[in-house]
Design a protein around this ligand. Structure first.
Ligand SMILES: *Cc1c(COP(=O)(O)O)cnc(C)c1O
Length: 338
């Protein structure tokens, strides 16, 4: 199993490599969520990264470790990994080509172009976008960087675990948004190697939760991709997953699911109570707490607020309590506090 080759030493090396580019982010208390949970509840603000999401950590580590003669990098991304690769490639002075499906919100596409990367729109799913990225790597020699199943990417994301325990050695639980599992796998590897008693819980939306389903099945399984407020958690984990599945299987204590309504309420609470703009995928930990899905939570708890790159028209509708229609689903709105 290749998972054996990824250790705390890789995460410590990544921390040195990305220092000064990916920011050490604040860990701030949430009085409201502490009150709701009955324990100290902290928010790790990855929204403070220069690209507005944690994915810069992994992308920067992967791109910094590419061979000297590489002409550029390519990836397929629901948005934030694309931003990370674009930013990191620009830092290093190489070309970046980001492949995305047509499901990705326009705000994310524009954000990536603004960072100087080329964008290729290919197909209607992450898998189809992945095939285009593979083609570019084979035909043009670009290094293909997986958003979650790459050792350097996982090591980079794992630096959040190091930072959390340096900030609060007394942490007992970490709530991590879970999609491909690079983030949760990296954080859990780092945090549990340093402090084996810490609990790490992965949280996904209940529509197309690939890692959750795969862990239950004991092997990578395909899921149908549907529109969700947590668009950055969409996509499969890859049928030939090399790292993130094994890491999650080995290190995660639990995974759980939240509904679109839960995510909507989580985004509202983060805005009204903590004054934060958080994209749906980053609000799932708070959503789970508010929906009563985190019983016997042991604190201090840190929830990773992973990103803030969302369509502001959708955010405005949620803040106003309006209905939101995504693809074929309508999420019933509700005024905050009613
Ligand atoms: C990518 C992403 C995640 C999930 O990370 P994985 O490594 O794919 O599990 C969570 N939140 C946001 C905002 C993301 O962009």
């Amino acid at each position: 199993m290749r998972v054996m080759t990824l250790t705390l030493a890789d995460v410590l090396a990544a921390q040195k490599t990305i220092a000064g580019i990916a920011t050490d982010t604040p860990l701030v208390p949430s009085p409201f969520l502490s009150d709701k949970s009955g324990t100290e509840f902290l928010l790790k603000l990855e929204i403070a990264q220069p690209i507005g999401a944690f994915k810069l950590r992994g992308a920067m580590n992967a791109i910094a470790n590419l061979p000297g003669d590489v002409p550029g990098a390519t990836c397929c991304s629901t948005g934030n990994h694309g931003r990370g690769v674009a930013f990191a490639a620009r830092e290093r002075g190489i070309r970046a080509v980001v492949c995305m499906s047509s499901m990705v919100p326009k705000a994310k596409v524009d954000g990536i172009r603004a960072l100087g990367a080329e964008v290729h729109i290919a197909g209607e799913s992450q898998d189809e976008a992945g095939a285009e990225s593979l083609r570019l790597s084979e035909e043009e020699g670009l290094a293909q960087i997986s958003p979650f199943d790459d050792a350097q990417v996982i090591a980079g994301q794992g630096t959040i675990g190091l930072e959390l325990l340096a900030q609060r050695p007394d942490l007992e639980t970490i709530l991590v948004p879970l999609s491909g599992g690079g983030l949760a796998g990296g954080i859990a590897l780092a945090a549990k190697t340093i402090k084996p008693s810490i609990r790490v819980i992965g949280i996904s939306m209940d529509r197309g939760a690939a890692m959750h389903e795969s862990l239950a099945a004991g092997r990578p399984v395909e899921v149908t991709e549907v529109a969700s407020l947590a668009d950055s958690l969409g996509g499969g984990i890859g049928m030939h997953n090399q790292y993130s599945f094994d890491l999650c299987r080995r290190y995660l204590d639990d995974t759980l699911l939240v509904s679109e309504e839960d995510i909507y309420a989580g985004m509202q609470a983060l805005y009204y109570e903590d004054r934060l703009v958080a994209e749906g995928g980053s609000a799932v930990g708070v959503a789970a707490l508010l929906a009563g899905k985190l019983e016997r939570l042991k604190g201090p708890v840190a929830a990773i607020i992973t990103g803030r790159n969302l369509d502001m028209a959708i955010h405005a509708a949620i803040i106003a309590g309006d209905d939101v229609t995504l693809g074929e689903t309508t999420i019933r709105g509700r005024r905050y506090g009613t």
